[in-house]
Design a binder for this molecule. Structure first.
Ligand code: CTP
Length: 400
């Protein structure tokens, strides 16, 4: 069982933090608490001290230990800031250490989880979003607030998820032991959109189901996942080990993949990427003028993200690509395996009603260099995803 430090900060949702402390204790974890001055205006430290049987750290100066923050930081295996105010998020993002909570957070090398709760406008403020992005870049796990009625009396994004859900997410984080534990996998999903003008775009029929199934399978195997996601028609997973990066165009996809794959162990390119984009994007909506009755749209090729990234990968990184074909599946997929530089290609048929796009089932063939193609029987995308993730675990383990 883990040693968890819960940081309560100044948000009306502080009382829910007490429930998180109790929930973690019920799961058998040892919990200690730090409170900011604002949190102490909302709830009494004595309540938390009684619940945890530990003194609550509220100041750097009036404890018996000369360095109480370092002692607590070193003891901690998981640090959870719940609820996290905009203020503590800003401090963490900038390395500010001006009270017991911010100083102990800076001093802890344990995994950090932040569960923000604040007014929806404070949440949406560019400064808060910038700080959260910084925290994610620093490896802090952010459990996003939910939409709902706020203390202010109106609805918006900024509500703390229910304490049971937070405890469930933390439990997954603490207990996740699997073949990909400690590995970081980047997965792309959904279709990209290439703008023609402010209202029109070139898109495709991708539903994102395969990318989402892969994300769930990788999370279940213990990985930390960055899901780079375009247009999808399915709900996205939620997990403290999941970071979601939304993108629209192929150029945005390329930038996001380059940034997030560099420090990661593996990349699975399940996104349906536009191959062509308009040469010029009109800044105003193109009108139905008479000279447009045969409007010719000039297209140019987009960057092949998989090809570019796979050719730059380091020896220990594994890259898996897909091949969406409507004819000559094996021959075309073999060509992609050879040209793209991926370690493995998952080939599927996307033609007709039974094709891969949008369906729950899939029939794929696995291609690897110097190996015979392996045709898998038709099965659910969930099962295909689990099998791909287990191939990935074996590749990462064997290092080939
Ligand atoms: N892909 C990519 N960037 C592109 C196009 C495709 O990264 N601009 C990736 C896809 O995510 C997939 C693989 O390349 O993993 C194969 O995609 P697919 O659409 O099957 O093939 P294309 O390379 O687009 O070739 P073609 O359209 O000629 O079949």
């Amino acid at each position: 069982m883990a040693k968890v430090t819960v940081y309560l900060t100044g948000s009306v949702a502080a009382y829910k933090g007490i429930e998180v402390v109790r929930g973690l204790q019920k799961k058998g974890h040892e919990v200690r608490v730090v409170m900011t001055a604002a949190a102490q205006k909302l709830i009494a430290p004595a309540t938390l001290a009684a619940l945890t049987k530990y003194p609550v750290l509220t100041s750097l100066w009036d404890s018996k230990s000369p360095i109480p923050h370092i002692e607590l930081a070193d003891w901690t295996e998981l640090a959870v800031v719940v609820p996290a105010s905009a203020d503590i998020i800003a401090k963490m993002a900038n390395g500010i250490a001006d009270d017991a909570a911010s100083t102990t957070l800076l001093a802890t090398s344990a995994t950090k989880v932040v569960v923000p709760a604040m007014n929806s406008h404070m949440w949406a403020a560019p400064a808060t979003q910038r700080n959260l992005n910084q925290l994610k870049d620093d490896g802090v796990i952010v459990i996003e607030p939910v939409q709902g009625r706020l203390a202010e009396g109106y609805s918006g994004k900024g509500r703390l998820p229910e304490p049971e859900e937070i405890v469930d997410d933390l439990t997954t984080l603490l207990t996740s032991e699997g073949p990909l534990t400690g590995k970081h996998v980047v997965i792309t999903a959904g279709g990209t959109r290439e703008p023609i003008d402010p209202v029109r775009f070139i898109g495709n029929r991708s539903s994102g189901k395969m990318g989402v199934a892969l994300t769930n399978a990788a999370l279940a195997a213990g990985a930390s996942v960055t899901l780079i996601v375009g247009q999808v028609s399915v709900d996205l997973p939620r997990s403290p080990r999941l970071t979601i990066v939304p993108i629209e165009s192929t150029a945005e996809l390329l930038a996001a993949v380059q940034r997030h794959f560099a420090p990661a162990d593996a990349l699975i390119m399940a996104a349906a990427v536009a191959d062509f984009k308009p040469v010029e994007v009109a800044s105003e909506k193109v009108k139905k003028a008479s000279n447009h009755n045969d409007w010719q749209l000039n297209l140019t090729e987009t960057t092949d993200v998989l090809k570019q990234v796979a050719h730059q990968k380091s020896e220990n990184q594994v890259v898996i690509g897909f091949a969406a074909e409507t004819q000559n599946l094996l021959a075309n997929a073999q060509k992609k395996l050879a040209s793209k530089g991926a370690d493995l290609i998952v080939a599927n048929n996307v033609s007709g009603k039974n094709g891969a796009f949008g369906n729950d089932n899939d029939q794929v063939t696995i291609l690897e260099a110097n190996k015979e193609p392996v045709e898998w029987p038709s099965m659910s995308k969930k099962e295909v995803a689990q099998r791909i993730v287990s191939l990935l675990s074996n590749k990462l383990k064997s290092g080939d």
